[in-house]
Design a protein around this ligand. Structure first.
Ligand code: SME
Length: 160
């Protein structure tokens, strides 16, 4: 087990070393997954300009939901409604897209800077209501760190 300070320190180190963007995302997913033994599937979906979320790095069982349109499922609804979503029991959500039949709760935290949504962290647990306030705060800290990474990449990519 590791804590969020360690995850963020590791990400800071990689960023200073100039590690490739995709490798930092991968490291973030690994770090998040290790934060809590109740996290059974941890991944990042990136939002593309065609309003489709595409699965990036993840840990856990392979999923059929590699592409999710904005407005579909829990992940797409979070983007459409521009808010984080914490589902204590996925069996009670009608538009839930199943990744694993074992999943009971799901957390989606947006990676955003103000109005700009870059991506999202999606975590599934086999336990009902796994995402208590403490867990949400930890995941949010990593999401905020990643938002700053996406933001700086976008500014570097922009013409002067
Ligand atoms: N459950 C999500 C789909 C992603 S998989 O769980 C990894 C949803 O309803 O959007």
């Amino acid at each position: 087990m590791i804590n969020t300070d360690e995850v963020i320190a590791d990400l800071d180190k990689r960023r200073k070393l100039g590690t490739a963007f995709e490798d930092i995302l991968q490291a973030a997913v690994h770090g998040l997954h290790e934060l809590d033994e109740r996290f059974h599937w941890t991944g990042i979906y990136e939002l593309f300009p065609d309003n489709v979320l595409r699965l990036g790095p993840f840990i856990g069982a392979p999923t059929d939901h590699v592409f999710i349109g904005v407005g579909r499922g829990v992940c797409g609804t979070a983007v459409a409604e521009r808010r984080n979503i914490n589902v204590p029991d996925v069996r009670l959500v009608s538009n839930y897209l199943a990744c694993s039949t074992e999943t009971r709760s799901e957390l989606v935290i947006l990676i955003r800077r103000g109005e700009k949504i870059y991506a999202q962290i999606d975590i599934d647990s086999h336990q009902v209501a796994a995402f208590d306030e403490g867990a949400v705060v930890q995941v949010q800290r990593v999401a905020d760190w990643l938002a700053s990474l996406y933001d700086s990449r976008e500014r570097i990519g922009r013409a002067p």
